[in-house]
Design a protein around this ligand. Structure first.
Ligand SMILES: NC(=O)c1ccc[n+]([C@@H]2O[C@H](COP(=O)([O-])OP(=O)(O)OC[C@H]3O[C@@H](n4cnc5c(N)ncnc54)[C@H](OP(=O)(O)O)[C@@H]3O)[C@@H](O)[C@H]2O)c1
Length: 299
C-alpha cells in the first residue's frame, strides 16, 4: 500500500494556508510552522489538517516543503531546514515568490523549485474557492517541476514553465500590470476628485464603465485598437491642455504631470503601431511630452 507524500509548510499565511488546504486533497499535510502558535493553530484549523508548531526545534522530516514566509525569510528558513538536517535526498522544497528563483534553495540531491501563482491571496477562504484556473509560473529542478506541475494541475492551476533567468522580468510584468494598475485607477479617481467630482468610492465612480469597457476592448481586440483618446487621434492641443491642468494641481500632487508624461510617451509608441509610416501629430505630441515643464505649459 503506498502512502501519500507528506507536505510541511513554513509560513502558512494567506498563500501558504490556501495552497495547503487545496493540496490536502492530494497529499498529507505534516507540520505547519508560523512564528506564533496562535497563527499556526489558526492556519491548521483553516487547512483542516496538519500539526501546528511554532518552533523549528519541533520540525520533523517531510517529503515536500513549502516555504511560504515573506520573501525575505525564505532563504533563512531554508538554512534552518539544512541546519536541522531535515532535507533528505529526493525531497522537494519550493517557494512561491514571484521575484526569487529556486536558486536560493540549493542543496545537492534536494529537488528545489519555485512556483508563483498569478493570484492575489487576500482572503484564504475566497482564494481557496476561486483558485482554479490560476496561471502559475514554475522553474527549478526538472524532477521537482514535473511533480509540482502534476500536483498543481490536480488543484486546478494552470502551471507554465519559465526560464530562471527571466523570472525577475516576468515578475516586473505582473507588478506593472496588476499592482500599478490599481495605482493608476486610484490616480484617476484622485484627479476626478480634484475636478470636483466625488463619487464616494470606485464602485460608483463615473470612470468605472469607461474602465470596464476599455478592459473588454483590450481583451477582445488588441492594445493598439483599444487605445482611444487624444494621443491616438493626434490631438496635440488637448494634450497641451491636460498637461497645463495637471501642472496647476501639481503642488498638491507632484506625481501627476510626470505620470501623464511617462504613460503618454508609452501611448505614443502604441499609437504609432496604427500608423507605422509616421505621423506629424504624433511627433509633435511626443516632443511635447518629452519637453521640460516650462516648454510643455507654454509650447
Ligand atoms: N499574497 C499573495 O497574493 C501572493 C501571491 C503570489 C505569491 N506570494 C508569495 O507567497 C509568499 C507568502 O506571502 P503571503 O502574502 O502569504 O504572506 P503572509 O500572509 O504575510 O504570511 C506569511 C506567513 O509567514 C509566517 N512567517 C513570517 N516570518 C516568518 C519566519 N521568519 N519564520 C517562519 N514563519 C514566518 C507568518 O507567521 P505569523 O503569522 O506567525 O507572523 C505568516 O504565517 C511570499 O513568498 C509571496 O511572495 C504571495
Amino acid at each position: 500500500m503506498s502512502t501519500s507524500p507528506i507536505l510541511s509548510c513554513i509560513g502558512a499565511g494567506r498563500l501558504g494556508s490556501t495552497l495547503c488546504k487545496l493540496l490536502a486533497q492530494h497529499l498529507s499535510i505534516g507540520q505547519v510552522l508560523n512564528r506564533s502558535q496562535a497563527s499556526s493553530d489558526q492556519a491548521a484549523e483553516f487547512i483542516g489538517a496538519g500539526t501546528a508548531i511554532n518552533n523549528s526545534d519541533q520540525l520533523q522530516t517531510a517529503d515536500i516543503w513549502l516555504l511560504a514566509t515573506p520573501d525575505d525569510a525564505i532563504e533563512s528558513n531554508f538554512k534552518i531546514l539544512q541546519a536541522r538536517s531535515m532535507l533528505r535526498s529526493g525531497d522537494i522544497v519550493f517557494h512561491c515568490s514571484g521575484a526569487l528563483t529556486a536558486a536560493i534553495l540549493r542543496q545537492p540531491s534536494v529537488l528545489s523549485a519555485s512556483i508563483h501563482p498569478m493570484h492575489s491571496f487576500a482572503d484564504p477562504q475566497r482564494s481557496a474557492k476561486n483558485f482554479a484556473g490560476t496561471p502559475c509560473a514554475i522553474e527549478g529542478h526538472p524532477s521537482a517541476v514535473a511533480k509540482l506541475v502534476k500536483l498543481f494541475n490536480a488543484i486546478g492551476a494552470r502551471p507554465f514553465e519559465i526560464s530562471s533567468t527571466q523570472k525577475v522580468l516576468y515578475h516586473a510584468a505582473a507588478v506593472m500590470s496588476c499592482n500599478y494598475l490599481v495605482t493608476l485607477l486610484d490616480t484617476g479617481e484622485n484627479i476626478l476628485r480634484a475636478a470636483g467630482i466625488d463619487s464616494g468610492g470606485p464602485a460608483d465612480s463615473p470612470l468605472r464603465p469607461l474602465i470596464e469597457q476599455t478592459i473588454q476592448n483590450y481583451y477582445s481586440t488588441s492594445a493598439k485598437r483599444a487605445l482611444t483618446g487624444p494621443i491616438t487621434r493626434g490631438d496635440h492641443g488637448t494634450v497641451v491642455a491636460h498637461l497645463s491642468a495637471l501642472e496647476k494641481s501639481s503642488t498638491a500632487n507632484p506625481m501627476w504631470p510626470d505620470l501623464y508624461r511617462s504613460l503618454g510617451l508609452a501611448s505614443v509608441l502604441l499609437a504609432r503601431q496604427l500608423n507605422p509610416t509616421g505621423s506629424a501629430e504624433l511627433d509633435r505630441i511626443e516632443k511635447l511630452l518629452r519637453a521640460d515643464k516650462d516648454a510643455q505649459i507654454n509650447p
